[in-house]
Design a binder for this molecule. Sequence first.
Ligand code: UTP
Length: 477
Amino acid sequence: MREPKHPDPEKQKIIEEAVRSGQGHVFRWWHEMGEQGKERLLKQLQAIAFRELGELYNQWKGAATPVSEQKIEPAEIISIPKTQEEISKAQRAVHRGEEAIRAGKIAAFVVAGGQATRLGIEAPKGTLKITPVREKTIFEHHSEKILALSARHKTRIPLYVMTSETNDGATREFFELNRYFGLDPSDVFVFKQEMMPALDFKGKLVLDAKDHIFTSPNGHGGSITSLKRAGALADMQARGIEYIFYFQVDNVLIKMADPLFLGHHIERGAEMSAKVAPKRDPEEKVGVVCRVGNATTVIEYSDLPDDYKYARNPDGSLTFSAGNLAIHVLSVDFVERLNTEKHSLPFHIAEKIIPFLDDNGSLVKPKKKNGLKFEKFVFDALSRARATSILEVDRDEEFAPIKNETGEDSPDTARDLMMRLSAKWLEKAGARVPRDSNGRVKGMLEISPLFALDAAMLKAKLPADFEVRFPLYLGPE
Ligand code: UTP
């Protein structure tokens, strides 16, 4: 193949660097491309850090998972309060958190740049209809929580939404079309994360069009730099925001800007915090929050040595059981510091199916994994924090991720969990909710966050003799 020549010396340099880095095959269709196509390809190449990509490939080839020499210990956890002293501490934390909310120091930040490959939908995950009775979408459900919490504390809680190249337009349109679900449009800040090219198993970039290199979002950990680059951090600083409540779009049970969590973060002077729940069993595929050396770290399921995975305390509970729920508080100053110190989070490497062009230039989606994707994980920032706060919560009340179309972690399991929680609140308010022997609610049930944000709020609104009749929707209208 003839090496392309470009009249512009700057662009010629890009071509040469790609060729020197062993990626000259991306010019395979150069001679039949129009000017626009050439520009598109060069623009992508210009943004690629070839050396870093080469190092990542070598890391994968070496397949050496760096095993830490340092001792792994369980992290210090703030447990679910049981004693009177713990309960008083928790109440103080709630108070502290609520103060920060009222003072307008809190932003909600949802990462929604993922591709929802397992769920298999084209549209952004947030547009999925999820609530059991009214079939409101995930974005609407989250927005209602923000609205209700803002109203309760007579404040504004801005929402930052991280999208990616593939779903940014559709996300913006969805919010606009739905009038931001009642949020003030000036309080919704949508921004894109960065993309990262994939490599095939031979370390080569993959073309998914003659003039385009396959890329995918660089992981939720990309948010640390994207918050800064996109101006979201500056926007927060201008508003006097001090703490970022981070959550993932697909967790529909999220306790929005939980004052207890915020309060502990503030009281401990933490830079980053995480919510955890006990692992169900040693095999559960969830990262565990641990202490390695002086740092709080999340060790991925696959990286936790068996000795640790199966270790048990004298009472029989798992020693390393703090399952990471992907719910965090990050101090604005911490995110700023990570950016100034140019502490880039590491990439994790995953073998995935990557669509590619065959010799005829047609797009092929292979059945087997054929390449590598690189993603940053936000929890890696925990180990960079000078102080952390790790809070244990009841998973059934706060965690219902939607990952798969059916079965485990699917829309069905999420709806079931939403209804069980609503039922629990109703029961606390004195109502009887028909359930089967497994605790499943025997009908459709939905409580809008605009009606009640928690059990206490529901109890205050319901008459003592309230009767549950399915389908039951409790909402503002
Ligand atoms: P997942 O890792 O579960 O990815 O993301 P996903 O895109 O939802 O689903 P799969 O893996 O393709 O099936 C957890 C959360 O992190 C966000 C997702 O949008 C989701 O809220 N995320 C993930 C990003 O914002 N950017 C990314 O690059 C990856």
